[in-house]
Design a protein around this ligand. Sequence first.
Ligand SMILES: NC(=O)C1=CN([C@@H]2O[C@H](COP(=O)(O)OP(=O)(O)OC[C@H]3O[C@@H](n4cnc5c(N)ncnc54)[C@H](O)[C@@H]3O)[C@@H](O)[C@H]2O)C=CC1
Ligand SMILES: O=C(O)CCC(=O)C(=O)O
Length: 447
Amino acid sequence: MSTLHPKLADVRDTIHRRNPGEAEFHQAVDEVLLSLTPMIERHPDYVEDSLIERFCEPERQIIFRVPWVDDNGCVQVNRGFRVEFNSALGPYKGGLRFHPSVYLGIVKFLGFEQILKNSLSGMPIGAGKGGSDFDPKGRSEGEIMRFCQSFMTELYRHLGEYTDVPAGDIGVGGREVGFLFGQYKRITNRYEAGVLTGKGLAWGGARARTEATGYGTVYFVEHMLAEQGRNLEGLDVVVSGAGNVALYAAQKVTQLGGRVVAMSDSGGYLVDTDGIDVAAMIGLKEKRRGRISEYADTHGGRHVSGGSIWEVPCTVALPCATQNELDAEGAHHLARNGCQVVAEGANMPATPEAVEVLREAGVAFAPGKAANAGGVAVSALEMQQNATRDSWSFDHTDARLREIMAGIHRTCVDTAEAYDVPGDLVTGANIGGFLRVADAMNAQGVI
Ligand SMILES: NC(=O)C1=CN([C@@H]2O[C@H](COP(=O)(O)OP(=O)(O)OC[C@H]3O[C@@H](n4cnc5c(N)ncnc54)[C@H](O)[C@@H]3O)[C@@H](O)[C@H]2O)C=CC1
Ligand SMILES: O=C(O)CCC(=O)C(=O)O
């Protein structure tokens, strides 16, 4: 593994000093700077004009109050965020997360990863991310609607189809995007469909957007397996999480002949070595918003409260829940049990220590900014359809998604080879994503 280039070490120290207490943002930046080292050694011009400092500094950070009235008539106050990180390639683009853990450091790590991801997708989109420390768990539909309306009452002034285009993330799905879009429309008196993505199909949404992140991750895995001369047929797969990304990753795995042997939510994990019935799981989680533990009561398998899903033997592991959910111990379990491929469906779910354990054990590893880019890529296709007032078929959009994921995989593999680290998809993704943004920033002057 390379050591950090001295100029990049200076940048890292400045970022840590300027952004105290933002552990996740530091983690994301440290990983990228380390990966850029071989490129800076070959092209020192990329550290001129403080390009890397500018790359790591958001263009704009918006923090706002979100007051709303709960079902008991009490006023609640949450904090809202939107970090507009980089617009070199297009309007700021990236999701909104509603989860009690959200603070500036989380939004910045997500926005920073989004720059490289959106660049790798090849689409004309910049990068942003936002959210709130609002906890939707246990809240009524009315409370969620009032929260979304209040959130948009401040955020709307920063958005626009040519400015900033949010979408969903943890705790924000089709229902919340609907409430947000409705409020934007009321305030602006404009049917600006391209201002949000992940919309319902009847009102400007794109077919396959719901499935895109999970499907895209599995398409990426197909390419990783093809490099090893095989496919998913008959393989055991562990998928952590049971939200949008996890459910549709699991669906695609089963469609391609793999067996999903474990899934999880924040209450624990479910193991079924005969293969989880993914259609039933989608019904439970998406339609009934139930807990994963309820699946065992009706469909079999064993539910384990707490514990580590990474102890379940598998050949392929897809962490699809949240950041830092796969630590070194989990990675050791995976490697010891014969896991050969890990691809991140979530954003930064593997800790740096876990990635190192997998690397040393020879497990192929794909970072989220490459493997989960299918979601934002199809969001860009949704914007394209909105701009032309068109609506494509599922198959057409899915075919575009497949092509995009193949392109991202190729960029990562080729870039890793070009920088003498064949098979290192982390370096390939970071350098491959960085170059397109850096060249655009350079062409646009000191921005
Ligand atoms: N929805 C999308 O299109 C995209 C999502 N992602 C990432 O994928 C991951 C999952 O997002 P979604 O599926 O959209 O969210 P979601 O809200 O639909 O599902 C999140 C899942 O993770 C679990 N989870 C959340 N926090 C947890 C915690 N602290 N501990 C254990 N489990 C936890 C939840 O129980 C749920 O099963 C996130 O990292 C997100 O940033 C990445 C690219 C696109
Ligand atoms: O579709 C989008 O714009 C959001 C995707 C996202 O937030 C992500 O890629 O992490």
